[in-house]
Design a protein around this ligand. Structure first.
Ligand code: PLP
Length: 383
């Protein structure tokens, strides 16, 4: 049943142990849903960095391209090259630092580079390669970008002969929060960005396409729609966390994570489970060992924090610490459980569902981290 499913990662001997299932129709659905929330002048820029948040950048980007998406964003130049080499022809923006020594890849593969400061622009210009760039303006996030007050530094980027400024952007620091202070902060960032854009337009510069919103900018600050919305996590059908948003979206999760049971046996009351003996049985327990662990991307921090899995359509608790390659579950309530049965770590089984948001919250993190870490070892199965 498992071995006959196509596995793009060619890890045939690992098939049947643990795997990630990717529902590309759900990805299409989410892209259409997100598009329906964008104004006609605002285009979806699909963020497919980090191997499309663990979903497989090539498969995800190609499906989105078939859905009519024309613009993509990646973090690194090699992520951009990978997409080009696999036939993606839309616009691709590289959002993180590309060493000037690799400028020829930006040029040869028609990748656009985000410019984070004046020195960096100068160094790229000096490579001699013609490169299309977008400016990143720091309006308060203080991660990257030219401080909005440094007008000369911003202006210098427009003057380089080899750099063609095609866009101007900023990134919000707390748009996922609707607490009044955070709302005020995001509104200030929007204001600062608009001021910067106006300043340079008034000076006669073509600032190109504008973009400010990531997923939560779109969901909470619809008024800041520009030429692009850089959407990542929502495309994959989950939100970063369960906080309320202004625009609720009925997204469909794209990723499920499954693994099989390697061994089942009873342990007595008083026996402990896993490293550190953090779990001690208070009654006899039917214990199953599942072939997946933190090296596969299951957050170790979920240990002891009400982490659960699904088995035969029932919720079962994870017991003790999650190991590198294995974890243990209590299957005392599932009489029919057998070695080889499929356990769902994220996804649905019968009427039950474990959402990525549930796993993220048990692990004390956000879904973005959970999905993008699933997978360097797990085969992906596309449906
Ligand atoms: C990752 C990233 C995004 C996408 O963020 P999501 O919250 O996943 O939608 C957008 N813009 C920048 C600059 C990013 O680094």
């Amino acid at each position: 049943m498992i071995t006959d499913i196509y596995n793009e990662r060619s890890k045939p001997f690992d098939q049947g142990r643990a795997w990630v299932e990717i529902d590309l129709d759900a990805l299409s659905y989410n892209a259409r849903l997100i598009n329906s929330h964008l104004d006609s002048g605002c285009e979806l820029m699909a963020v497919v960095k980090a191997d499309a948040y663990g979903h497989g950048a090539v498969q995800a980007a190609k499906r989105l391209q078939n859905e009519g998406v024309k613009s993509f964003a990646v973090a690194t130049v090699s992520e951009g090259v990978q997409l080009r080499e696999n036939g993606l022809d839309g616009d691709i923006l590289v959002m993180n630092y590309t060493h000037p020594a690799n400028a020829l890849y930006l040029h040869n593969f028609r990748l656009k580079q985000l410019i984070v400061d004046g020195d960096y622009a100068k160094a790229l210009n000096e490579t001699g390669y013609k490169i299309d760039v977008h400016l990143s303006i720091d309006t308060g996030m203080h991660r990257e970008g030219i401080d909005m007050s440094k007008l000369d530094e911003i202006e210098s980027v427009f003057k380089h002969n080899n750099l063609n400024v095609e866009g101007m952007s900023t990134h919000f620091a707390s748009s996922d929060s609707l607490n009044p202070n955070d709302i005020a902060f995001t509104e200030m960032q929007i204001q600062r960005f608009n001021t910067t854009v106006k300043t340079f337009r008034d000076k006669g510069y073509d600032v190109g396409k504008l973009h400010t919103q990531a997923t939560y900018g779109l969901l909470n600050f619809n008024q800041s729609q520009c030429d692009y919305a850089r959407i990542g996590i929502a495309l994959y059908g989950v939100l970063s966390h369960d906080e309320i948003t202004n625009t609720p979206l009925a997204l469909r999760p794209v990723m499920s994570v499954k693994a099989i049971i390697a061994q089942i046996r009873w342990i007595d009351a008083g026996e402990s489970v896993s490293y550190g003996r953090t779990y001690i049985a208070d009654k006899p327990i039917r214990l199953a060992t599942v072939c997946i662990g933190y090296a596969d991307g299951v957050p170790r921090s979920m240990s002891g924090n009400n982490g659960e899995c699904l088995l035969h359509g029932k919720r079962v608790p994870i017991l003790g610490r999650i190991c590198m390659d294995l974890l243990m579950i209590d299957v005392s309530t599932v009489d029919s459980a057998e070695t080889g049965d499929v356990v769902t770590l994220i996804g649905s089984d019968g009427d039950e569902e474990i959402r990525c948001e549930d796993v993220a919250s048990a692990a004390g993190t956000i879904t973005n981290e959970v999905v993008c870490r699933m997978g360097s070892r797990l085969p992906r199965i596309y449906r």
